[in-house]
Design a protein around this ligand. Structure first.
Ligand code: HPA
Ligand code: ZN
Length: 350
């Protein structure tokens, strides 16, 4: 745990919106296929000869209304059909990194999966090489660092997850960690116990989506069975007092995605979001954009809308930014450098 620098208390409330934009951040929960904006999707469809089932960019955007996670995943999956070449994966990632840079993101850990794309006849190599080349170019092009987390799709079988891991192994050095995404309810973490154990032996960092729509029991088993280091979403932890205590005691980070929770109807309004309650209880929560092209905002927009809806302060903003660096998988030297930049920006607002 850190001590809150005293200048944080001297920041006037009216400066918060500007501070949320200007403060340095890390993003730890963003699915790269969910950053594909309709304009780029149409451009790729044209260059790859793929027909989209929407007449225009505007019609596509208007279709982005969801009832739950599954209704989103169906639309999201359709959007991935335009991705065909290594350059497509490079361009999609570069477009996200440019947006992240504008939001003062200093470091990002990007989720992707290969199963969606191998299911469309692409090789895992095309996907990973395109994404990785964009990450390698990120410091020079966008003044930030980026690394990759390969997610297994939990609606598919354990055998298919093993196959995805196997296909990634020749490109092992290009991947930092392993995660678990897609339809949560009915696909508990235990289903992937053996493949996560294998990934752990191979030295991958481990994370998993749990407690977005699924029950607190899925958060327990992500921690105790999969042995993950962070929980993605995890907002339903608030329903389980013993779990809250565990998260606080072990400093388990939650990568919370407020606009995602709103658009997928996990909450009815941002005013009802549990982010502030999680932070005030001492949980190491962070803010992230999940699938920004679909959910109406990139990282700063997630901060701005959430702070506009809840009585959160500069101390909460500091906690969220600080947690994003402390929860990331960067080395200690880089982390300290980012925290120094964070402190300097907060001090300049006091
Ligand atoms: N949850 C599960 N799977 C996903 C998500 C999410 O929020 N976004 C993209 N794949
Ligand atoms: Zn997600």
């Amino acid at each position: 745990m850190y001590t809150l620098p005293s200048f944080v208390h001297h920041i006037p409330a009216q400066r918060l919106p500007d501070l949320l934009q200007r403060m340095p951040k890390a993003e730890l929960h963003m699915h790269i296929e969910g950053s594909l904006e309709p304009e780029l999707m149409f451009a790729m469809a044209a260059r790859n000869g793929v027909a989209l089932p929407y007449p225009s960019v505007q019609a596509l955007r208007e279709a982005y209304v969801f009832d739950n996670l599954q209704s989103f995943l169906d639309v999201y999956h359709a959007g991935t059909l335009v991705l065909k070449t290594e350059q497509d994966f490079y361009d999609m990632t570069s477009a996200y990194l440019a947006r992240a840079q504008a939001d003062q993101v200093l470091h990002t850990e990007i989720f992707f999966d290969t199963q969606t794309h191998t299911g469309h006849g692409l090789s895992a190599e095309v996907v990973i090489n395109g994404l990785h080349r964009a990450c390698i170019d990120a410091p020079a092009r966008f003044g930030m660092t980026a690394s990759l987390i390969l997610c297994f799709l939990r609606h598919l079988s354990e055998a298919e997850a093993f196959e995805s891991l196997e296909q990634a192994l020749p490109l092992r050095d290009k991947i930092l960690g392993i995660g678990l995404a897609s339809s949560e309810v009915g696909h508990p973490p235990e289903k992937f116990a053996r493949v996560f154990a294998r990934a752990r032996e191979l030295g991958f960092r481990l994370v998993a989506h749990a407690g977005e729509e699924g029950p607190p029991a899925y958060i327990w088993s992500a921690l105790d069975v999969l042995k993950v280091e962070r929980i993605d979403h995890g907002v339903r932890a608030i329903e389980d007092a013993a779990l809250m205590q565990r998260l606080v005691q072990d400093r388990v980070p939650l990568t919370v995605c407020p606009l995602s929770n709103l658009k997928l109807r996990v909450v009815d309004t941002l005013a009802q979001h549990h982010l502030q309650r999680l932070l005030d209880a001492g949980v190491m929560a962070t803010v992230n954009s999940d699938d920004p092209a679909y959910f109406g905002g990139y990282l700063t927009e997630n901060f701005s809308q959430t702070f506009a809806a809840l009585p959160m302060t500069a101390a909460h903003a500091y906690a969220l930014a600080r947690n994003s660096f402390d929860a990331s998988f960067i080395d200690e030297g880089a982390r300290r450098g980012h925290v120094a930049q964070l402190d300097a920006v907060f001090e300049s607002f006091a």
